[in-house]
Design a protein around this ligand. Sequence first.
Ligand code: WT7
Length: 638
Amino acid sequence: MSQYHIKNFEEYFQVYKKSINQPEIFWEEIAEEHFVWHKKWDSVLEWDFSKPEVKWFEGAQLNITENCLDRHLANRGIKTAILFEPNDPNEDAEHITYKQLHARVCKFANVLKDQGIQKGDRVCIYLPMIPELTVSVLACARIGAIHSVVFAGFSSSALSSRINDCDAKMVITSDGAYRGAKTIDLKGIVDEALEDCESVKTVLVAKRIQSDINMKAGRDQWLQPLLDEAYQDFKAEVMEAEDPLFILYTSGSTGKPKGMLHTTAGYMIYTAYTFKNVFQYTEDDIYWCTADIGWITGHSYIVYGPLANGATSVMFEGVPSHPDYGRFWDIVQKHKVNQFYTAPTAIRALAKQGTSWLKDYDLSTLKILGTVGEPINEEAWHWYNDNVGNNKSPIVDTWWQTETGGIMITPIPYATPTKPTYATLPFIGIQPALMDENSKELTENQVQGRLCIKFPWPSMARTIWGNHERYRDTYFSAFKNMYFTGDGALRDEVGYYRITGRVDDVIIVSGHNLGTAPIEDAINEHQAVAESAIVGFPHDIKGNALYGYVTLKDSGESRNHDNLRKEINQLITDRIGPIAKLEKIQFSAGLPKTRSGKIMRRILRKIACQETDQLGDISTLLNPEVVESIIEESKAIL
Ligand code: WT7
C-alpha cells in the first residue's frame, strides 16, 4: 500500500489513523517521498493555537515551481500540463506541455526580475482565465514574489483596496476579457483603480481582445514584447518552507476583506496530496475544475495541486451558458474529461435548463464528479448524479475554505460510500470537532454544532496580511485551542459530516463568499439612505440571494423607489462588483434593534425567508413595534 495514494475504504481508515496518531511522522514521509527539496527540514511541526503560530517543515528549502514544473520535464516534458479551452468554441484549444509551460514561466520570471520585482514583493494579478494567468502565478512563485490574484469580476474600488492593503508594486492585467457574448474592459477598470494606488509602479498588459486601450507612459507595458525578448530559463529562487507564497482576499463578516496569507511547503504538500486522492488522479487522466483561478479553488485545484502531480488540468475561459447550455458537456466530450469539479450553483443553473442539453454529448469518460463552495441540496445532488454521472461516477462533496488552503472534509471516491448532501468524513490529517454554545465539544454522533478543527494541517493560512490580531480574533478566539471555521455542521449516526451553512454574517451567493458589512457600507453611501441591513434568503439557483432592508433619511415618499433600487445596486456594483447586487430591496420605516443598538438580523432573515411565524422573542427589542410594519411592507416585495 502507498500512503500517497489511498485506494479503498480500509486504507483510508488505516492512513487516517496514522495521520492522527503520528502526524509528524506521517507528513514527514509524504514530504520525503513525493517532493523535491534543496534542503530538508529541521522540524516537521511547531504550533501554538493561542498565539496563533503554525510552522510546517521549518528549515526546509524549496521552490514550489520546481515541484510543479522542472521535476516533470524528464518524463512528462511532452505531456499537456494546461489544456486551455477558449471562450469561443470555434477558437482552437491550446495544449501547453510541461516543457512549454516551464519555458513560459521562466520567461515571465525574467520579465518580472527585469521590471524590478524582488523576492517578497507583492504582485497583483487581475486577469481573465487565459494561460497568462497560470503563467504569471507560477512566475511570481519562481522568483519568490507574493502573488495576490484578484478575481476579474471585482470592481475598480474592490481592486484598489486589495492593491493598497498589500502595497502591491505591480499589476498584471489584460486589455480586456471575453465572457460569453460580452467583452469586459479590464484595463479600464485597472486604470480607474490605480488612481488611488501609489504603490504600483508597473502595469504589464497581456493582449486578449485586441481592444484599443490607453497605455500610460512610464507605467504600462505590453507583456508580449517583453516575453519575446526574455530568456527561457530561470534559476528558481530558493525559498524557506514558511516563506509566503500568496495572499488571497476573502470576505469577513465585518470590516474590509481579509488577505489570507499562505506559505510554501505545507501548502504545496497538502494541495498535492488532496488532489491525488480526492480526484484519484492517474497518469493519463484529463482533469477539469471549472472554477476561476481568482478563487482559492482555482489556486489549489487548477494550478498547484494538479501540476505538483504532473496532471493535465483544463482551464476554461468562458461560461456554462455560451454559446448554449451544452457548453460544459461539449468540453467534457471534446477533451475526454475524467474528473469534473464544479459548484452547486452551476449545477442548479444547468438543471433548470433541462436534460436535453446533455443528451447529444458523450460523457462516458467521466469517472469522478466534484462539488464545492456551498452546501449542495438534495435535488441538485441527484440531478448531477443521475444526468452527469449516469449513476456510476461518485460525487465528492468537498468542504473547505480560502483559509484552509485545501480540501478538509470529503469522500474519497470509490472508497468512502457517498450520501447525498454529506461531505462525509475528514480527509487524512484533519481533526474536526463540533462545539456547542457553551464551548463544550460534542463527542457523540448524531449531534449538531459549530465546526472547528483541533489540530494544525499543512495548508492552513498562517495569518491575515498585516493584521495578525484579526486573524487570532476571527479564527482562534471563539473556542480555546481550536480553529473556528464559521460554519455549522451535523454529524450523523455513522460519523458523516453535513455542513449546514455559515453561522456568522457571511452569506454565500452562487458560491461566492460575501460579507454583509461592505455591502451595507456601499448602500449607506447613497445620499438618501439612512441605514441598511443585508440578509440572505433561499434562491433556486444561487443557493442564497441578498435581501436588503433600507431606511431612508426622509420618509422617502417623494422618491421613485425603482430608481432608488437601481442606484443602490449600481453603487454596490461599483464598490464591490455585480456579484454582490441585491435581489430584493425593501424600504423600511425602521430596523429592529437591540437595546445596545445592534440590528437584529435574525428577525430580518426570518421575514425575508417568509418564516414570520418563527420570529422568536421580540419583546427585548428596543423597538418591537417596527417588526409588524416590516412584515407588512415585505408583502409588497415578495
Ligand atoms: C465557505 C468557504 C473552498 C473553496 C470555495 C469557497 C462554504 C465550501 C462547501 C461544501 C457546504 C461549503 C462554507 C465555507 N462551503 N464548500 N462542500 N459544503 N459548504 O471558499 O469563499 O473561502 O468559502 O464556503 O460555508 O466556510 P470560500
